[in-house]
Structure formats: C-alpha cells, structure tokens
Design a binder for this molecule. Structure first.
Ligand code: GN1
Ligand code: MG
Length: 352
C-alpha cells in the first residue's frame, strides 16, 4: 500500500505545472493502480498510474508507444480543427526526461487529466453505443497511416493459440485444486476450441490484416463529452498491431451487455441486439471506408471470439489462484466467468 505522503513524493518527480497538493484514488481498472493529482497553485489535474509490471514487462517501451501514438493523434485532431489537448491523452514526462518515474521496482506514469468529461461503465442508450462505435472507428482511422514500429507490450494478448497454451498449462498444474469444481465451465471452453482456432488461422495467414488498434475498448476506457460524443480514447497500454476486429469484438462485449461484466444475477445478462446494431452503425460510419470484405464478414464472429477469450481468461485466472485480475472477493473471477459465458451464449443465439 502506498501512503498519501509517498504518492505526493512520487508526483513531485514529474514535470507538473505547479505543486502537488493531494493524490487520491481514481477508477476501477483491473490491472494498473490509478490516482488523480491536484495542485495547490493551479486548477490543472493529472492522472498518476502505477503500471502493473507483473503483466507489462517493458514499461519504457509501452510509454514510447503511447508517446508516438498520441503525437500522431494530436496532429490529426489539430488538422481536423479539434482540440488535441482534450481529444488525445498527453503524456507528462518525469523531471529527468523519461516518460516514467522509477521508484524501486515500480514504474509510475503521468498523463493530463481531461476535465469536463463523462465516463460510463455501461452504455445506457443506443445513441451512446452508436457514438462509441463512431469513436473507435475514428480512432482506428486516425491511426491507419501510423507507420512507426511499436513495442509488443503484451505478446500473445488476443492470440487464442497462445491462450490455449496458457490454459493447457494452467489446467495441468491446477495449483489450487479448483478445476474439478468448474468442469462444466471447462467443457464450455473446450467445446468451442476448433471454431476459435479456425478464426485465428485467418489472422495467422494474413487473410485478416493487422492494423494499429486499441485492444481494450470497453466503454470505461473512453471519455465522452456532454453531447454524448467520444471525446478521448483512454488506456493506450495495449495499442498494438492487431486485427481491428478485436476492438469491435471487445466493444460489443462491453456496450451491448444488458447486465454487468460480473453480474451475480445471470438473468440480467444478455446481448442487446438494439445496442449491437447501433454500435455497428456508428463503427461503420468511420471504418466502412477501410474494412476489407473479409473483415466485414467477420465482425459478428469477433464479438464471439473476444467474449469467449474473456470467459477463458477469467476462468483461467480463477483456476490459477487469481494472480492476473484484481478481485474484490474470493470467487470474483468465477462470477465474472459465469456472467461472460451467459453473454457469449446470448451472442451466439442472436448472431449465429
Ligand atoms: C482489463 O486494463 P483494463 O481494466 O481496462 C484487461 C482487458 C479485459 C478487461 C476486462 C491488459 O482491462 O483485457 O478485457 O480488464 N486488460 C489487460 O474488464 O489484460
Ligand atoms: Mg487496460
């Protein structure tokens, strides 16, 4: 646990516009620890994050990615008459010029806080879903001519062959002896293995192209303005060269769910077809110009693929003893697994 005084000491190592007054907890990310910095002599606020080094092995590489991507986005936003300081993240370097500050084994990073914006855990209207689709499509479109090399911050992230290697290994180890109690769920994963590998084969053979994509497009990872438009796409840790279908699929997993990602009442969980159609409409209004026919054909499958992968990842973490995702109570990953499986089944019923 980092104390308030330690957090202030860490904040003082960055090139801020004034003197840090207070650092408070912010948000509910599953991976990094996030705080907000307030200053005593300026209204400017900042986001301070402790990056999760168990998961991300190359934070300097990650921050170089984020810096290059946000510089590219800012040029595009300015050219379109937008406000680059509000419509893109801004990395704030440490006093030594690095894009991170090292405190022992920990890596800390700062970005500007974007005021007067709204964040959601859930899309409550089809209009919001349509705007979300437009926002992700636009994000991908702005990065379509980004041609600098990117560090692969999470090798194998949405690669299902890699996930099956982790999965097989976790089941073989079964370190907490939990596998027997979740046999029904393991069977659900296994019964879809060939379908998922079939899709991934299209990626491996290049029939589905790699583009610069976000890879973690849940609704909580974007900020909206007061008119309901996507203002800024957040959490650029996993921007990678990957199929743009992963962004579409992860968005459908998030935007269309009538329940919560970790709902304990499975009857609340389903895919809203209305939200799906709205998100698709918004997404195609931007991405329609660059998607290939094969990508278009596989949009529905991407929702199945990413939701399935999420079921697998939550269950695998449960079986492994809860080392990857932050949990709020002992069975949390199991609850998440069951809720995401219910969503997957609803997607399968409606789209296939
Ligand atoms: C994590 O970082 P955060 O909380 O936005 C995870 C995603 C999962 C998501 C599930 C790097 O996202 O892949 O889909 O939780 N990020 C990483 O809510 O594993
Ligand atoms: Mg993230």
């Amino acid at each position: 646990m980092t104390t308030g005084t330690q957090l202030l000491d860490i904040a003082r190592n960055f090139r801020l516009e004034g003197t840090p007054l207070q650092v408070d907890n912010l948000g509910d990310g599953f991976i990094n620890d996030t705080y907000i910095i307030r200053l005593s002599d300026s209204p400017v606020k900042y986001i301070l994050q402790r990056k999760n080094t168990n998961i991300f092995k190359d934070i300097p590489g990650m921050m170089n990615n984020i810096q290059a991507i946000t510089e590219h986005l800012k040029k595009k936003i300015a050219a379109a008459g937008g406000d680059p300081m509000r419509e893109s993240l801004t990395v704030v370097p440490a006093k030594d010029g690095n894009l991170y500050y090292r405190h022992g084994e920990e890596f800390w990073c700062v970005t500007l806080f974007i005021d007067d914006s709204i964040s959601y855990d859930k899309a409550d209207t089809p209009l919001l879903a349509e705007k979300g689709g437009h926002g992700i499509g636009r994000f991908q479109a702005m990065l379509s001519d980004f041609d600098q090399p990117l560090t692969d911050t999470l090798p194998g992230f949405h690669n299902i062959s890699f996930r099956y290697r982790q999965w097989d290994d976790t089941l073989a180890r079964d370190p907490e002896n939990r596998a027997a109690s979740v046999k029904d769920l393991i069977d659900e994963i296994e019964s879809r293995r060939q379908d998922m590998l079939g899709f991934y084969n299209l990626v491996e053979t290049g029939r589905i192209p790699l583009r610069v994509t976000h890879n973690d497009t849940k609704i909580a990872n974007m900020l909206f303005d007061r008119d309901g438009n996507v203002l800024c796409v957040l959490d650029l840790d996993t921007v990678l060269k990957a199929p743009c279908l992963y962004d579409f699929g992860d968005s459908i997993r998030s935007y269309t769910n009538t329940g919560a990602e970790d709902d304990t009442d499975l009857d609340r969980v389903s895919m809203s077809r209305e939200m799906y159609d709205a998100f698709l409409r918004g997404y195609l209004s931007e991405a329609g110009t660059f998607l290939t026919p094969v990508e278009r054909d596989y949009l529905p499958f991407s929702a199945r693929y990413i939701t399935y992968e999420q079921v697998l990842r939550f269950l695998m973490d449960y079986i492994d003893g809860d080392h990857y995702y932050k949990i709020k109570y002992p069975e949390h990953n199991l609850v998440r697994t069951r809720a995401q499986l219910r969503l997957l089944q609803s997607i399968e019923r409606q789209l296939f």
